[in-house]
Design a binder for this molecule. Sequence first.
Ligand SMILES: O=C(O)CCC(=O)C(=O)O
Ligand SMILES: [Fe+2]
Length: 309
Amino acid sequence: MLKFFQSKKKEKEEAVSNIQEDLFSWKYLDVSDLDQYSDAIKDIFDKKYDGIIIREIFSEGEISSMKNAIERMDREKMVSTGVGHSYPRLFAQLVRPNDGFSNSRESIKSYFEDCEQWPMELESLIGFDFKKRLEDVFMKLSGGRKIDTPLGFDGEGRYPNSSIRMNHPGQGFIMTHCGNYFQQEFPEFYEHLETEVNVKDQLSYFVTVNPAEIGGELTLFDLIWEPGQTKTTARHDNPVFLADGSELDVSENSNLKRQKVKPGPGDLLIFSGGPIWHKVELVEGSEERITIGGFLSFTNDMSTIKYWT
Ligand SMILES: O=C(O)CCC(=O)C(=O)O
Ligand SMILES: [Fe+2]
């Protein structure tokens, strides 16, 4: 009998939510608040707080033209991720073995040259200068530092400044990861980038163009990067192997504490995505989840903020 009650008690304990609303500290801001956050990018890097969501940096009209233009994009031209589409192609995707990409100097050069044109291509698709508008907001948060995008190999072309991420309803999600883990997994990619920018503890940013109707939250886990942590492969969602080799269950019903945030259309989110393990939850409902974003970090002399994807 006692055993029965004990196991009932255990079931009850296990049903306790693993969501912790105050796990990380977020600032929810309006554009008019930004004067008080003039060094927010460095503040997040220094872990004074973990992230900010600036509401509606783009108007409803701008967001609807972005949504329409992105939905009309030729899927054949986009990169199929299996659960959605992205664009443009990322250098980290190119340097994977068996991807058919020639590592010849010419193809690397043309990749970075194409990426340098991407902000103009996006402008012609959506009818306004997304890059300028985004950089104007970054400038307000930059502590007076310059904002720039890293140059490509041999100083030719540039990295893409942002990429579109579409996640299809019923399928789309972004598996558990953190920026520092990716640096360990894709050394070919980061070695070059590190000649210009200190990528360790990079920040992530994204603008929500269309949130998921249901789901699609950004989930931050109560798990901070340490060298030696890994996963079976970068594409696996669960588990994470800790530095001592033990396995940490990060799945939906595990005990690991987590916090979920869900920005609205036009909101800009910036957070400490290098150290904090995170994922994007399954997109449900009838709408595509559409975001456009990348990463931010500082040059070694701290004079410039570089952003790329
Ligand atoms: O939703 C997105 O576009 C990306 C989420 C993410 O993993 C990140 O911002 O680092
Ligand atoms: Fe991420």
